[in-house]
Design a protein around this ligand. Structure first.
Ligand SMILES: [Zn+2]
Ligand SMILES: [Zn+2]
Ligand SMILES: [Zn+2]
Length: 482
């Protein structure tokens, strides 16, 4: 390998210590024995991955694309020795294939093109989990000049399908969160849907790996024996076909009138099927179709499965622009307010009036506590989008229980809480805040398997000589720098 030398005009490709150099470009080469380390690529312009060991190649691609570092996840990645194991998801996560290393110079334009696009991206960091993940998706699509997110059938996925560019950020068992993220993006008008198919998921764990059976309505057994029902025209007798069958030659005769049955449609017919349960002997016409989840063992009638539409999504204009302009989060969070809190705009206005009141009466006191829930995203990720708001409501309630009823709480976004504590000295407000946070940390540690919530906070006396907004900005900046 280290002898690889290729002359194209004046330029040549050289190879040393797993790195190809061509022109001013360096390309990291992962062969089938390379350690599974995504960060190897960060200092280079691109990566080539040997797909001879297909599973090995897949893991490296997944690690690169799921990284949180744009220097890694946006990197051009090419596959070599790949064509035999064509895999749609892997193709979508890579930037093309090489038939031989001679083709490196041909890929330089692609690398350059992706680099140029990367330079245009908005790089401000998203606060909420959805924004972080979806911005990654938008950035990847933008730098590849793609606009579509389409589901690909995938038996290893929990929901049976995968949207590779989104799904790569999740484990297979978290796949339903991909649907949550896409729902969120749809609500925010970043994508528009084109109906593709519908899946039915376990209503407990959202897995699509369910096993369906016809079951007995009285004992739930799936050991059923279906039988034709026979109707003898001349005497009107109706019964299961086994009652008519001669044990020796299998001919049919009527158990009521003993006549032989000759021609279906002429002297008898089979109006329907009847089922007999071999466990409880119950005979019935309508069985129940039940679905047993192979993941969590939940066993429900199919009508209770979770029906979920799968769509092919295309980026809207807003979605295409957001790669460059960023996703505005204040806009998102203010739309929905959390029970027991006021939205941040309202809070802002209230603080404006509070300052006016303080100006006219110097005895009034007001404190502002800003709390950053630093790693709360890890919980949001676990509870899923649907439960995130519920968690915010709980957090608000815990804080609320530890301050005075007249004090006000607001979420600027889902990691930043601001409280207005009135008529207390700064030291008291500080103590109240500290206690409320302690309570919150304890409750979270108890409810989320010893998850340690990391918080930062600062309490200040509200000043009258400066707008609340600028005071708030100062505090959040100080906290961010901590
Ligand atoms: Zn039964
Ligand atoms: Zn008969
Ligand atoms: Zn389940």
């Amino acid at each position: 390998m280290d002898k690889t030398k290729e002359y194209i005009g004046e330029k040549r490709t050289s190879f040393k210590d797993s790195v190809f150099t061509y022109d001013n470009y360096t390309i990291y080469f992962y062969d089938s024995d390379s350690p599974l380390r995504a960060e190897f690529v960060s200092q280079h312009d691109a990566a080539i991955i040997d797909a001879r060991d297909f599973e090995h190649a897949k893991i490296i691609v997944k690690r690169i694309r799921s990284s949180n570092d744009p220097l890694i996840y946006l990197k051009p990645v090419f596959l070599i020795n790949y064509k035999d194991h064509y895999d749609k998801a892997l193709t979508e996560l890579t930037d093309g294939t090489l038939l031989s290393f001679d083709q490196i110079p041909e890929k330089v334009n692609d690398i350059k093109n992706i680099k140029t696009h990367i330079l245009q991206l908005d790089i401000s960091e998203g606060k909420s989990f959805e924004v972080q993940i979806f911005k990654k998706v938008l950035d990847y699509l933008f730098t590849r000049e793609e606009r579509t997110l389409a589901p690909i059938p995938d038996p290893t996925s929990f929901i049976g399908f995968t949207y590779p560019v989104v799904s790569v950020n999740f484990e297979p068992y978290e796949e339903y969160m991909v649907l949550d993220i896409l729902d969120w993006a749809l609500n925010e008008d970043y994508i528009w849907p084109d109906y593709f198919d519908r899946v039915y998921l376990c209503n407990q764990c959202k897995s699509m790996h369910v096993s369906m059976r016809e079951t007995c309505p009285s004992c739930q057994s799936s050991q059923l024996k279906p039988e034709d029902l026979v109707h003898h025209f001349s005497c009107g007798y109706i019964g299961p076909i086994s009652d008519f069958k001669n044990k020796i030659d299998g001919t049919l005769s009527c158990p009521k009138c003993s006549k032989n049955l000759r021609h279906i449609g002429v002297d008898y017919d089979k109006p329907s099927l009847i089922n007999q349960c071999l466990d409880c002997n119950e005979v019935f016409q309508d069985y129940k179709v039940k679905a047993r989840c192979l993941n969590c063992k939940n066993d429900v009638e199919v009508q209770y499965l979770l029906a979920k539409d799968l769509n092919v999504f295309k980026l809207t204009k807003k979605g295409r622009n957001a790669a460059i302009t960023g996703i505005s989060e204040s806009e998102i969070e203010l739309e929905k307010s959390v029970l027991n809190t006021v939205n941040f705009n309202t809070f802002n206005t209230m603080m404006h009036y509070e300052r006016q009141r303080m100006k006219s009466n110097p005895l009034l006191k007001a404190c502002i506590a800003v709390i950053i829930l630093d790693n709360v995203h890890e919980i949001y990720k676990n509870v899923g989008k649907n439960n995130e708001r519920m968690l915010l409501v709980d957090i608000a309630q815990i804080l609320r229980d530890n301050i005075s009823p007249a004090d006000i709480i607001s979420f600027q976004n889902n990691t930043t809480v601001v409280m207005n504590i009135n008529d207390e000295d700064l030291a008291v407000a500080q103590l109240m805040t500290e206690r409320a946070i302690q309570k919150l940390e304890n409750i979270i540690a108890n409810n989320f398997d010893n998850f340690i919530l990391k918080t930062k906070y600062k309490v200040i006396g509200l000043r009258i000589d400066k707008s609340f907004e600028s005071q708030f900005k100062e505090v959040t900046k100080q906290l961010a720098d901590q």
